[in-house]
Design a protein around this ligand. Structure first.
Ligand code: 5RP
Length: 226
């Protein structure tokens, strides 16, 4: 099975986690793309879903598939959000933001009654930070000063695209902080958010109700340990 096939499997499995109708948060990334396509198929077949997109790319995809969308201003009554992740640890804590959308993703995650995360097996690790840096959205103003302070937490690099800093949908910078294995994601998240200029981090602690992991043997459904 290719990685894309696994991502598709996870995306399609997420459809079974939805109520029969309602408002659905639409995550961002290549795995979520398969979910949005599956949701578009359901809407085409008559299902009454309305989406709240976490990025302009997800908005464009959902619109092209005819999924009705709510505006950005909120508040929303979101039943379930389906989103991807870059790293998932044994406690189902997450690093997100590989697509630079972690701030909108976190707002919509917190606005949702349930959050379903879809990944392939390559995203699993015993400790967050082993395989992925923590993406930080940093306010445009004084971003280099904020980045200097982030260096206390690890090796900082500016997210680039086509030779220029990649800006978020809100016009901010993304700095990736390579911390190495993280002893306490919650403590690190709080410390990072305490730095003036940090808009949001890619650490999602206690925010996954279900993680669907696709691999050669199918889709495993993980839930947080009680
Ligand atoms: C975007 C995200 C994505 O969900 C995460 O990067 C996973 O993406 P993909 O499914 O393409 O691996 O957090 O900000």
């Amino acid at each position: 099975m290719t990685q894309d096939e696994a991502k598709r499997l996870a995306g399609e499995a997420a459809l079974r986690e939805l109520p029969s109708e309602g408002v659905i948060g639409l995550g961002t990334g290549s795995t979520t793309k398969f979910f949005i396509e599956a949701l578009g198929g359901a809407v085409k077949a008559g299902a009454k879903y309305i989406g709240v997109p976490t990025s302009e790319s997800s908005r464009a995809l959902a619109s092209s598939l005819g999924i009705p969308l709510l505006g950005d201003e909120g508040p929303w009554n979101i039943a379930v959000t389906v989103d991807g992740a870059d790293e998932v640890d044994d406690a189902l804590e997450l690093i997100k933001g590989g697509g630079g959308a972690q701030t909108r993703e976190k707002i919509i995650n917190f606005a949702s009654r349930r959050n379903v995360i879809i990944v392939d097996e390559s995203k699993l690790s015993s400790r967050l930070g082993e395989r992925w840096a923590v993406p930080i959205e940093v306010l445009h103003f004084a971003h280099a000063q904020t980045a200097k302070q982030l260096a206390a937490f690890g090796t900082v690099s500016t997210r680039m695209r086509d030779g220029a800093p990649r800006l978020t949908d809100s016009g901010n910078f993304i700095y990736d902080v390579a911390t190495g294995p993280i002893a306490s994601p919650r403590t690190l998240d709080a410390a990072l958010r305490n730095v003036p200029g940090v808009v949001e981090t890619g650490l999602f602690c206690g925010r996954a109700n279900v993680v669907l992991v696709a691999g050669v043997s199918g889709v495993r459904r993980l839930v947080p340990k009680a």
